[in-house]
Design a protein around this ligand. Sequence first.
Ligand SMILES: Cc1cc2nc3c(=O)[nH]c(=O)nc-3n(C[C@H](O)[C@H](O)[C@H](O)COP(=O)(O)OP(=O)(O)OC[C@H]3O[C@@H](n4cnc5c(N)ncnc54)[C@H](O)[C@@H]3O)c2cc1C
Length: 377
Amino acid sequence: MLIVGGGPAGLAAAIALRMQGADVVVADALKPPIDKACGEGLMPDARQDLAALGVTCEATEGRPFRGIQFKNWTDRTAVAVSADFESGEGIGIRRTVLHARLTDRARDIGVRLRWKTHVAFGNSVALDGAPCTYQYLVGADGQSSRVRIWAGLDRGRLVSKRFGFRRHYRISPMSNYVEVHWCDLGQVYITPVGQQEICVAMVTRYSTVRMQHVIDSIPYLREWLKAKDAVTGERGALTTTRRLRRVVKGNVALIGDASGSVDAVTGEGLAISFRQASLLSRSLQDGSLENYGAEHEKILQIPRRMAYAMLLMDAHSAVRNYAIRTLAHSPNLFRGLLNVHTGNETLPHFLLQNGAVMLKRCVCLSAQKSDPERAST
Ligand SMILES: Cc1cc2nc3c(=O)[nH]c(=O)nc-3n(C[C@H](O)[C@H](O)[C@H](O)COP(=O)(O)OP(=O)(O)OC[C@H]3O[C@@H](n4cnc5c(N)ncnc54)[C@H](O)[C@@H]3O)c2cc1C
Protein backbone atom coordinates (compact mmCIF):
# COMPACT_ATOMS: atom_id res chain seq x y z
CA MET A 1 0.00 0.00 0.00
CA LEU A 2 1.64 3.26 -1.08
CA ILE A 3 0.26 6.47 0.42
CA VAL A 4 1.44 9.71 -1.16
CA GLY A 5 1.21 12.49 1.44
CA GLY A 6 1.87 12.22 5.15
CA GLY A 7 -0.50 14.94 6.37
CA PRO A 8 -3.40 14.10 8.72
CA ALA A 9 -5.35 12.22 6.01
CA GLY A 10 -2.38 10.14 4.81
CA LEU A 11 -1.28 9.23 8.33
CA ALA A 12 -4.82 8.40 9.48
CA ALA A 13 -5.25 6.15 6.43
CA ALA A 14 -1.87 4.52 7.07
CA ILE A 15 -2.79 3.78 10.69
CA ALA A 16 -6.23 2.40 9.81
CA LEU A 17 -4.81 0.16 7.07
CA ARG A 18 -1.87 -1.02 9.16
CA MET A 19 -4.29 -1.89 11.98
CA GLN A 20 -5.90 -4.31 9.48
CA GLY A 21 -2.48 -5.86 8.82
CA ALA A 22 -1.55 -4.13 5.54
CA ASP A 23 2.06 -3.37 4.62
CA VAL A 24 2.00 0.43 4.31
CA VAL A 25 4.52 2.98 3.03
CA VAL A 26 3.86 6.71 3.47
CA ALA A 27 5.91 9.13 1.36
CA ASP A 28 5.92 12.89 1.94
CA ALA A 29 8.08 15.62 0.47
CA LEU A 30 8.37 17.34 3.87
CA LYS A 31 9.60 16.16 7.26
CA PRO A 32 7.70 16.14 10.55
CA PRO A 33 6.28 17.79 12.42
CA ILE A 34 4.47 19.23 9.40
CA ASP A 35 2.70 22.52 10.07
CA LYS A 36 -0.14 24.04 8.04
CA ALA A 37 -2.51 26.99 8.28
CA CYS A 38 -5.43 25.56 10.27
CA GLY A 39 -8.00 26.59 12.87
CA GLU A 40 -6.69 23.66 14.97
CA GLY A 41 -10.04 22.68 16.45
CA LEU A 42 -11.20 19.06 16.67
CA MET A 43 -14.89 18.51 17.39
CA PRO A 44 -15.91 15.70 19.80
CA ASP A 45 -16.72 13.33 16.90
CA ALA A 46 -13.26 13.91 15.38
CA ARG A 47 -11.67 13.09 18.74
CA GLN A 48 -13.64 9.84 18.87
CA ASP A 49 -12.59 8.88 15.35
CA LEU A 50 -8.98 9.58 16.29
CA ALA A 51 -9.29 7.52 19.45
CA ALA A 52 -10.56 4.60 17.35
CA LEU A 53 -7.25 4.83 15.47
CA GLY A 54 -5.40 4.63 18.79
CA VAL A 55 -4.50 8.32 18.82
CA THR A 56 -5.52 10.15 21.96
CA CYS A 57 -4.85 13.82 22.48
CA GLU A 58 -4.48 14.50 26.20
CA ALA A 59 -6.15 17.63 27.55
CA THR A 60 -2.69 18.89 28.57
CA GLU A 61 -1.50 18.78 24.94
CA GLY A 62 -4.08 21.34 23.90
CA ARG A 63 -7.17 22.83 25.46
CA PRO A 64 -10.65 21.32 25.53
CA PHE A 65 -13.61 23.45 24.44
CA ARG A 66 -17.30 22.92 25.13
CA GLY A 67 -19.02 24.33 22.05
CA ILE A 68 -19.17 26.93 19.32
CA GLN A 69 -20.02 30.61 19.46
CA PHE A 70 -20.96 32.83 16.50
CA LYS A 71 -20.62 36.63 16.74
CA ASN A 72 -21.85 38.81 13.90
CA TRP A 73 -20.27 42.26 13.92
CA THR A 74 -21.78 45.39 12.48
CA ASP A 75 -19.75 48.46 13.51
CA ARG A 76 -18.92 48.06 17.22
CA THR A 77 -21.82 45.83 18.18
CA ALA A 78 -22.28 42.11 17.84
CA VAL A 79 -25.16 39.68 17.84
CA ALA A 80 -23.95 36.51 19.53
CA VAL A 81 -25.17 32.95 19.91
CA SER A 82 -23.46 29.92 21.38
CA ALA A 83 -24.21 26.24 21.90
CA ASP A 84 -22.57 23.45 23.86
CA PHE A 85 -21.83 20.05 22.35
CA GLU A 86 -24.47 17.46 23.17
CA SER A 87 -21.82 15.03 24.38
CA GLY A 88 -18.11 15.29 25.00
CA GLU A 89 -15.71 18.14 24.43
CA GLY A 90 -13.73 19.29 21.44
CA ILE A 91 -10.03 20.03 21.72
CA GLY A 92 -7.88 22.80 20.31
CA ILE A 93 -4.49 21.36 19.52
CA ARG A 94 -1.50 22.80 17.66
CA ARG A 95 -1.24 21.26 14.22
CA THR A 96 2.39 20.25 14.86
CA VAL A 97 1.36 18.40 18.05
CA LEU A 98 -1.42 16.54 16.21
CA HIS A 99 1.01 15.63 13.43
CA ALA A 100 3.53 14.34 15.97
CA ARG A 101 0.85 12.17 17.66
CA LEU A 102 -0.23 10.68 14.32
CA THR A 103 3.39 10.08 13.28
CA ASP A 104 4.24 8.38 16.61
CA ARG A 105 1.24 6.07 16.34
CA ALA A 106 1.98 5.19 12.69
CA ARG A 107 5.63 4.43 13.46
CA ASP A 108 4.78 2.40 16.59
CA ILE A 109 2.50 0.04 14.68
CA GLY A 110 4.94 -0.49 11.83
CA VAL A 111 3.99 1.93 9.06
CA ARG A 112 7.07 2.63 6.91
CA LEU A 113 7.53 6.40 6.86
CA ARG A 114 9.54 8.03 4.07
CA TRP A 115 9.94 11.74 4.82
CA LYS A 116 11.66 14.26 2.51
CA THR A 117 10.87 11.91 -0.33
CA HIS A 118 10.15 13.20 -3.80
CA VAL A 119 7.34 11.29 -5.50
CA ALA A 120 7.39 11.43 -9.31
CA PHE A 121 4.51 10.37 -11.55
CA GLY A 122 5.19 9.12 -15.08
CA ASN A 123 4.46 5.75 -16.64
CA SER A 124 5.10 4.45 -13.15
CA VAL A 125 5.51 6.00 -9.71
CA ALA A 126 9.02 6.65 -8.40
CA LEU A 127 10.19 7.49 -4.90
CA ASP A 128 13.35 9.61 -5.04
CA GLY A 129 13.95 8.34 -8.57
CA ALA A 130 13.50 4.64 -7.73
CA PRO A 131 10.44 2.95 -9.32
CA CYS A 132 7.99 1.72 -6.74
CA THR A 133 5.51 -1.15 -7.04
CA TYR A 134 2.32 -1.33 -5.02
CA GLN A 135 -0.96 -3.16 -4.88
CA TYR A 136 -2.93 0.02 -4.08
CA LEU A 137 -2.00 3.70 -4.29
CA VAL A 138 -3.68 6.25 -2.03
CA GLY A 139 -3.47 9.95 -2.96
CA ALA A 140 -3.41 11.94 0.30
CA ASP A 141 -1.45 14.80 -1.18
CA GLY A 142 -3.76 17.70 -0.36
CA GLN A 143 -6.00 19.93 -2.38
CA SER A 144 -3.66 20.42 -5.36
CA SER A 145 -3.18 16.65 -5.58
CA ARG A 146 -0.78 15.42 -8.24
CA VAL A 147 -2.10 11.88 -7.78
CA ARG A 148 -5.59 13.12 -8.67
CA ILE A 149 -4.39 14.60 -11.98
CA TRP A 150 -2.11 11.66 -12.78
CA ALA A 151 -4.89 9.11 -12.18
CA GLY A 152 -7.40 11.08 -14.27
CA LEU A 153 -9.67 11.81 -11.30
CA ASP A 154 -9.58 15.58 -11.57
CA ARG A 155 -13.05 16.07 -13.10
CA GLY A 156 -15.49 17.84 -10.84
CA ARG A 157 -16.52 21.29 -9.68
CA LEU A 158 -14.63 23.93 -7.72
CA VAL A 159 -17.48 25.55 -5.79
CA SER A 160 -15.45 28.11 -3.85
CA LYS A 161 -11.91 29.28 -3.34
CA ARG A 162 -10.98 31.48 -0.37
CA PHE A 163 -7.81 32.56 1.39
CA GLY A 164 -6.98 31.36 4.90
CA PHE A 165 -4.37 32.50 7.45
CA ARG A 166 -3.49 31.68 11.02
CA ARG A 167 -1.34 33.04 13.82
CA HIS A 168 -0.90 32.06 17.50
CA TYR A 169 -1.03 34.44 20.43
CA ARG A 170 0.19 33.91 23.99
CA ILE A 171 -3.02 35.05 25.66
CA SER A 172 -5.47 33.31 28.02
CA PRO A 173 -8.54 32.22 26.05
CA MET A 174 -11.58 34.44 26.73
CA SER A 175 -13.97 31.50 26.76
CA ASN A 176 -14.29 27.72 26.51
CA TYR A 177 -15.80 28.03 23.03
CA VAL A 178 -14.40 28.23 19.54
CA GLU A 179 -15.46 31.78 18.71
CA VAL A 180 -16.33 32.52 15.11
CA HIS A 181 -16.44 36.25 14.42
CA TRP A 182 -18.31 37.21 11.25
CA CYS A 183 -17.82 40.51 9.45
CA ASP A 184 -17.96 41.88 5.90
CA LEU A 185 -14.35 40.91 5.13
CA GLY A 186 -14.67 37.27 6.25
CA GLN A 187 -14.51 35.21 9.43
CA VAL A 188 -11.98 35.17 12.26
CA TYR A 189 -12.14 32.10 14.43
CA ILE A 190 -10.41 31.71 17.72
CA THR A 191 -9.59 28.32 19.17
CA PRO A 192 -8.03 27.86 22.60
CA VAL A 193 -4.98 25.59 22.11
CA GLY A 194 -3.38 25.90 25.56
CA GLN A 195 -3.89 27.44 29.00
CA GLN A 196 -2.13 30.54 27.74
CA GLU A 197 -2.39 30.20 23.99
CA ILE A 198 -4.96 30.74 21.27
CA CYS A 199 -4.97 30.00 17.55
CA VAL A 200 -6.47 32.78 15.46
CA ALA A 201 -7.50 31.75 11.94
CA MET A 202 -9.03 34.03 9.34
CA VAL A 203 -10.75 33.17 6.08
CA THR A 204 -11.66 35.69 3.40
CA ARG A 205 -12.76 35.68 -0.21
CA TYR A 206 -10.61 38.73 -1.01
CA SER A 207 -7.10 37.92 -2.26
CA THR A 208 -5.65 41.24 -1.08
CA VAL A 209 -7.03 41.09 2.49
CA ARG A 210 -4.67 39.96 5.26
CA MET A 211 -5.32 38.87 8.81
CA GLN A 212 -4.57 42.22 10.42
CA HIS A 213 -7.09 44.01 8.12
CA VAL A 214 -9.87 41.81 9.38
CA ILE A 215 -8.76 41.95 13.02
CA ASP A 216 -8.59 45.75 12.78
CA SER A 217 -12.10 45.89 11.34
CA ILE A 218 -13.49 44.37 14.57
CA PRO A 219 -12.70 46.71 17.52
CA TYR A 220 -13.09 43.92 20.12
CA LEU A 221 -10.41 41.83 18.37
CA ARG A 222 -8.22 44.84 17.63
CA GLU A 223 -8.08 45.66 21.34
CA TRP A 224 -7.62 42.04 22.46
CA LEU A 225 -5.10 40.72 19.92
CA LYS A 226 -1.98 42.84 20.30
CA ALA A 227 0.88 42.25 17.86
CA LYS A 228 3.33 41.88 20.78
CA ASP A 229 1.46 38.77 21.99
CA ALA A 230 1.80 36.93 18.66
CA VAL A 231 4.09 33.89 19.04
CA THR A 232 4.01 32.61 15.47
CA GLY A 233 4.10 34.35 12.11
CA GLU A 234 1.18 34.50 9.72
CA ARG A 235 0.85 31.26 7.71
CA GLY A 236 -1.51 31.12 4.78
CA ALA A 237 -3.20 28.53 2.57
CA LEU A 238 -6.00 28.32 0.05
CA THR A 239 -9.23 26.80 1.24
CA THR A 240 -11.65 25.35 -1.28
CA THR A 241 -14.98 23.64 -1.55
CA ARG A 242 -14.44 21.08 -4.28
CA ARG A 243 -16.64 18.27 -5.49
CA LEU A 244 -15.16 15.44 -7.57
CA ARG A 245 -17.02 13.04 -9.82
CA ARG A 246 -14.99 10.03 -8.68
CA VAL A 247 -12.40 9.32 -6.02
CA VAL A 248 -11.45 5.80 -7.11
CA LYS A 249 -10.01 4.50 -10.37
CA GLY A 250 -8.57 1.00 -10.69
CA ASN A 251 -6.22 0.54 -7.76
CA VAL A 252 -5.95 4.27 -6.97
CA ALA A 253 -8.04 6.03 -4.30
CA LEU A 254 -8.03 9.62 -3.05
CA ILE A 255 -8.45 10.71 0.56
CA GLY A 256 -8.56 13.95 2.57
CA ASP A 257 -8.45 17.28 0.73
CA ALA A 258 -7.18 15.47 -2.38
CA SER A 259 -10.57 13.75 -2.60
CA GLY A 260 -12.69 16.93 -2.44
CA SER A 261 -12.88 19.52 0.29
CA VAL A 262 -15.12 21.86 2.26
CA ASP A 263 -14.36 25.46 3.18
CA ALA A 264 -12.19 25.89 6.29
CA VAL A 265 -14.89 27.77 8.21
CA THR A 266 -16.78 24.49 8.68
CA GLY A 267 -13.85 23.23 10.83
CA GLU A 268 -14.49 19.77 9.38
CA GLY A 269 -11.49 19.01 7.13
CA LEU A 270 -9.67 16.86 9.68
CA ALA A 271 -12.78 15.01 10.89
CA ILE A 272 -13.67 14.14 7.30
CA SER A 273 -10.19 12.71 6.71
CA PHE A 274 -10.39 10.50 9.80
CA ARG A 275 -13.81 9.13 8.76
CA GLN A 276 -12.55 8.48 5.25
CA ALA A 277 -9.51 6.64 6.63
CA SER A 278 -11.73 4.19 8.55
CA LEU A 279 -13.99 3.73 5.52
CA LEU A 280 -11.00 3.03 3.29
CA SER A 281 -9.62 0.35 5.59
CA ARG A 282 -13.06 -1.29 5.98
CA SER A 283 -13.51 -1.35 2.20
CA LEU A 284 -10.10 -2.87 1.56
CA GLN A 285 -10.75 -5.43 4.25
CA ASP A 286 -13.68 -6.52 2.08
CA GLY A 287 -11.22 -6.83 -0.79
CA SER A 288 -11.94 -3.83 -3.05
CA LEU A 289 -12.10 -0.05 -3.33
CA GLU A 290 -15.62 -0.15 -4.76
CA ASN A 291 -17.37 0.43 -1.46
CA TYR A 292 -15.01 3.30 -0.62
CA GLY A 293 -15.92 5.02 -3.88
CA ALA A 294 -19.63 4.56 -3.24
CA GLU A 295 -19.69 5.61 0.43
CA HIS A 296 -17.16 8.45 0.25
CA GLU A 297 -19.77 10.95 -0.99
CA LYS A 298 -21.96 10.33 2.09
CA ILE A 299 -19.20 11.50 4.44
CA LEU A 300 -18.99 14.83 2.64
CA GLN A 301 -22.74 15.45 2.32
CA ILE A 302 -23.50 17.28 5.60
CA PRO A 303 -20.19 19.22 5.78
CA ARG A 304 -20.73 20.36 2.19
CA ARG A 305 -24.25 21.60 2.96
CA MET A 306 -22.90 23.45 5.99
CA ALA A 307 -20.19 24.94 3.76
CA TYR A 308 -22.78 26.12 1.20
CA ALA A 309 -24.83 27.78 3.94
CA MET A 310 -21.82 29.46 5.50
CA LEU A 311 -20.50 30.64 2.13
CA LEU A 312 -23.90 32.21 1.48
CA MET A 313 -23.68 33.97 4.84
CA ASP A 314 -20.18 35.13 3.92
CA ALA A 315 -21.17 36.52 0.54
CA HIS A 316 -24.42 38.28 1.55
CA SER A 317 -24.51 40.40 4.69
CA ALA A 318 -28.34 40.40 4.66
CA VAL A 319 -28.40 36.59 4.78
CA ARG A 320 -25.77 36.61 7.53
CA ASN A 321 -27.65 39.18 9.61
CA TYR A 322 -30.94 37.28 9.26
CA ALA A 323 -29.38 33.93 9.99
CA ILE A 324 -27.43 34.95 13.10
CA ARG A 325 -30.29 37.04 14.49
CA THR A 326 -32.60 34.07 13.98
CA LEU A 327 -30.18 31.75 15.75
CA ALA A 328 -29.62 34.25 18.57
CA HIS A 329 -33.37 34.52 19.06
CA SER A 330 -33.81 30.73 19.11
CA PRO A 331 -30.57 29.22 20.54
CA ASN A 332 -32.14 25.75 20.31
CA LEU A 333 -31.87 26.06 16.55
CA PHE A 334 -28.14 26.68 16.83
CA ARG A 335 -27.79 23.74 19.22
CA GLY A 336 -29.69 21.56 16.74
CA LEU A 337 -27.46 22.64 13.86
CA LEU A 338 -24.37 21.90 15.95
CA ASN A 339 -25.80 18.45 16.66
CA VAL A 340 -26.24 17.87 12.93
CA HIS A 341 -22.71 19.12 12.32
CA THR A 342 -21.21 16.74 14.86
CA GLY A 343 -23.34 13.76 13.79
CA ASN A 344 -25.59 13.68 16.89
CA GLU A 345 -28.73 14.42 14.87
CA THR A 346 -29.75 13.82 11.26
CA LEU A 347 -30.58 16.77 8.98
CA PRO A 348 -34.11 15.50 8.09
CA HIS A 349 -34.92 15.12 11.81
CA PHE A 350 -33.61 18.61 12.54
CA LEU A 351 -35.65 20.13 9.67
CA LEU A 352 -38.76 18.27 10.77
CA GLN A 353 -38.39 19.60 14.31
CA ASN A 354 -37.34 23.15 13.45
CA GLY A 355 -38.44 24.00 9.90
CA ALA A 356 -41.59 25.83 11.01
CA VAL A 357 -39.76 27.88 13.68
CA MET A 358 -37.09 28.89 11.19
CA LEU A 359 -39.63 29.98 8.60
CA LYS A 360 -41.69 31.91 11.16
CA ARG A 361 -38.65 33.72 12.47
CA CYS A 362 -37.48 34.67 8.97
CA VAL A 363 -40.92 36.05 8.12
CA CYS A 364 -40.93 37.98 11.40
CA LEU A 365 -37.51 39.50 10.71
CA SER A 366 -38.54 40.53 7.18
CA ALA A 367 -41.64 42.19 8.58
CA GLN A 368 -39.54 44.00 11.20
CA LYS A 369 -37.26 45.30 8.50
CA SER A 370 -40.01 46.61 6.26
CA ASP A 371 -42.22 48.00 9.05
CA PRO A 372 -40.53 47.92 12.50
CA GLU A 373 -43.48 49.49 14.35
CA ARG A 374 -46.10 47.10 13.02
CA ALA A 375 -43.89 44.06 13.47
CA SER A 376 -43.25 44.91 17.13
CA THR A 377 -46.99 44.92 17.80
C1 LIG B 1 -6.97 28.53 7.18
C2 LIG B 1 -7.46 27.11 7.35
C3 LIG B 1 -8.11 26.75 8.52
C4 LIG B 1 -8.56 25.43 8.70
N1 LIG B 1 -9.16 25.11 9.87
C5 LIG B 1 -9.54 23.84 10.11
C6 LIG B 1 -10.07 23.44 11.39
O1 LIG B 1 -10.20 24.25 12.31
N2 LIG B 1 -10.45 22.15 11.56
C7 LIG B 1 -10.32 21.24 10.57
O2 LIG B 1 -10.68 20.08 10.77
N3 LIG B 1 -9.80 21.56 9.36
C8 LIG B 1 -9.40 22.83 9.11
N4 LIG B 1 -8.84 23.18 7.90
C9 LIG B 1 -8.75 22.14 6.85
C10 LIG B 1 -7.61 21.17 7.12
O3 LIG B 1 -6.41 21.89 7.36
C11 LIG B 1 -7.44 20.24 5.92
O4 LIG B 1 -8.67 19.67 5.62
C12 LIG B 1 -6.42 19.14 6.22
O5 LIG B 1 -5.13 19.69 6.31
C13 LIG B 1 -6.43 18.08 5.11
O6 LIG B 1 -5.41 17.17 5.37
P1 LIG B 1 -4.72 16.38 4.18
O7 LIG B 1 -3.81 15.40 4.83
O8 LIG B 1 -5.75 15.90 3.23
O9 LIG B 1 -3.88 17.46 3.37
P2 LIG B 1 -2.59 18.27 3.81
O10 LIG B 1 -2.65 18.62 5.25
O11 LIG B 1 -2.47 19.37 2.83
O12 LIG B 1 -1.39 17.23 3.61
C14 LIG B 1 -0.93 16.84 2.34
C15 LIG B 1 0.48 16.32 2.47
O13 LIG B 1 0.88 15.82 1.19
C16 LIG B 1 2.23 16.17 0.97
N5 LIG B 1 2.43 16.19 -0.49
C17 LIG B 1 1.78 16.92 -1.42
N6 LIG B 1 2.23 16.62 -2.66
C18 LIG B 1 3.19 15.67 -2.50
C19 LIG B 1 4.02 14.96 -3.40
N7 LIG B 1 3.95 15.11 -4.74
N8 LIG B 1 4.90 14.08 -2.89
C20 LIG B 1 4.98 13.87 -1.56
N9 LIG B 1 4.21 14.51 -0.66
C21 LIG B 1 3.33 15.40 -1.12
C22 LIG B 1 2.38 17.54 1.62
O14 LIG B 1 3.75 17.78 1.97
C23 LIG B 1 1.50 17.40 2.85
O15 LIG B 1 2.22 16.96 3.98
C24 LIG B 1 -8.38 24.47 7.68
C25 LIG B 1 -7.73 24.83 6.48
C26 LIG B 1 -7.28 26.14 6.31
C27 LIG B 1 -6.58 26.51 5.04
